[in-house]
Design a protein around this ligand. Structure first.
Ligand SMILES: Cc1cc2nc3c(=O)[nH]c(=O)nc-3n(C[C@H](O)[C@H](O)[C@H](O)COP(=O)(O)O)c2cc1C
Ligand SMILES: *[C@@H]1O[C@H](CO)[C@@H](O)[C@H](O)[C@H]1NC(C)=O
Ligand SMILES: *[C@@H]1O[C@H](CO)[C@@H](O)[C@H](O)[C@H]1NC(C)=O
Ligand SMILES: *[C@@H]1O[C@H](CO)[C@@H](O)[C@H](O)[C@H]1NC(C)=O
Ligand SMILES: *[C@@H]1O[C@H](CO)[C@@H](O)[C@H](O)[C@H]1NC(C)=O
Length: 385
């Protein structure tokens, strides 16, 4: 098992941190360790979302894998995204009737019916993992399972191609990066609408280039060295250019969330870009906790989505408990897409089961009405970070 081990051992280990494992050891290497690099382990052998990372790492060329896996700089925020879920433990409520919890998974996102409160985050470059089908598996699996798909601006399929693959009853949002060329912006908005996208996702967390050491070794880092004009004024102007709702992706403080409410934004999306943009920022779970503690009304005033480091149903449940309406996953679905549609469907099915089971085991009768007290939100003990 390849693991990055980060241990600072003081006085013979009495205060040693637990080793940090990018891929938790649940035995997959004992079963599939002999499968040669460049080959796919059987999909039947996958039992949880982290397994897709193991499979993709073995299968993909290192440069391709590094593009997906990469985090900014020393990847501390990438780690923090993963680790912060463990810092806030459950306080499960027992003796509740949870037998109908599965029937409460479906929800609406900006008014669109979806079968589960999680979705596929916008990720560029599906061809790095699946050169033959690109994003097709993500689109088809989201359709057959009834979840939201957010198409990345730098998807390897064009918006027209995505629109052709889109099922009639499917909900797709279009993520955008914009420069200040109104002609180009108008075209992007119009194409998104013509292809059947029902919202624009405006990514605001990357106005400058990202420091991406792992990816830079392979020339697969962010190629955008320019500075982008991304401001509240610009958002107001963009609003006049489309009648689609605009979701603001990448907010990371309670103040910015409150500003979005004041400005009547359609929905906000807490994200640090999967720890790929600014190393040293908090995880979106921590940002959601900040809103929960300082301005909990925000969750009732505006739809709030979040992503970053979600790998288990339990992680989704913690974000939902704070009032987050829907939770996104980036890398797990990109790794699953190496198998195409069947892989992404399996990832969705696994996550749905985990979410329902974990809700049941923590005493959540309905995912639409979760007591935030099922998690201990007080800060982790000193020294945790
Ligand atoms: C390979 C890759 C490409 C991404 N490309 C984009 C993008 O083009 N636009 C965007 O808004 N976010 C992009 N993201 C960020 C994701 O939308 C999402 O915020 C992040 O992956 C969530 O973290 P997770 O991978 O731990 O689930 C990308 C992430 C990855 C891993
Ligand atoms: C969404 O779900 C509701 C409740 O189940 C249903 O009444 C409505 O027709 C659905 N809308 C669409 C567009 O499918
Ligand atoms: C790696 O990614 C490149 C760029 O998308 C693609 O052309 C190539 O086929 C990928 N390699 C494999 C083995 O998937
Ligand atoms: C759309 O139809 C497909 C196929 O019937 C179904 O599996 C899926 O759940 C539906 N999506 C929604 C959002 O109802
Ligand atoms: C603005 O976008 C249009 C349409 O994509 C393009 O033709 C034009 O060259 C762009 N203008 C500038 C100054 O880049």
């Amino acid at each position: 098992m390849r693991s990055s081990i980060l241990t600072f051992s003081l006085l013979g280990g009495a205060l040693a941190a637990r080793p940090w494992l990018d891929e938790p050891d649940t035995g997959i290497d004992e079963i599939f360790g002999d499968v040669p690099d460049g080959e796919l382990i059987p999909l039947d052998g996958i039992v949880g979302l982290p397994d897709f990372q193991y499979a993709a790492r073995k299968y993909m060329p290192l440069a391709n894998y590094s593009y997906y896996r990469n985090g900014a700089a020393g990847e501390w925020s990438y780690r923090r995204n993963l680790e912060s879920f463990g810092m806030y433990p459950f306080r499960p409520h027992m003796m509740r009737d949870i037998t109908n919890v599965e029937s409460t998974l479906s929800t609406t996102i900006l008014g669109h019916n979806v079968s589960a409160p999680f979705f596929i985050s916008p990720c560029s470059r599906g061809a790095y993992g699946n050169p033959a089908e690109k994003e097709k598996g993500l689109i088809e699996a989201a359709a057959s399972r009834g979840i939201l798909y957010m198409a990345a601006f730098y998807a390897d399929l064009t918006m027209e191609e995505i629109g052709e693959l889109k099922a009639d009853n499917q909900t797709i949002f279009r993520q955008v990066y914009l420069d200040r060329n109104d002609t180009a912006t108008q075209e992007i908005f119009d194409k998104a609408k013509a292809a059947g996208a029902t919202a624009i996702v405006y990514t605001v967390d990357s106005p400058a280039n990202g420091v991406r050491h792992r990816a830079a070794r392979f020339g697969v880092g962010s190629a955008d060295s320019s500075y982008s004009y991304i401001t509240w004024d610009e958002y107001e102007r963009l609003k006049t250019m489309t009648d689609l709702p605009i979701v603001i992706k990448g907010l990371q403080t309670v103040e910015d969330a409150q500003e979005a409410v004041r400005r009547g934004v359609d929905a906000i999306y807490l994200s640090n870009h999967g720890g790929r943009q600014t190393d040293g920022v908090r995880s979106p779970l921590e940002v959601a906790i900040e809103i929960h503690e300082q301005a909990p009304e925000v969750f009732g005033q505006i739809e709030v989505y979040a992503d970053g480091g979600v790998r288990y149903g339990a992680d989704v449940l913690k974000l939902l408990a704070l009032g987050v309406r829907a939770v996104g996953l980036g890398r797990p679905f990109m790794f699953a897409n190496v198998y195409g549609t069947r892989g992404v469907e399996k990832a969705i099915d696994l996550l749905r089961d985990e979410l329902a089971w974990d809700a049941g085991n923590t005493g959540v009768a309905s995912l639409k009405d979760i007591d935030p007290k099922i998690v201990r939100w007080s800060p982790p003990a000193f020294g945790a970070w």
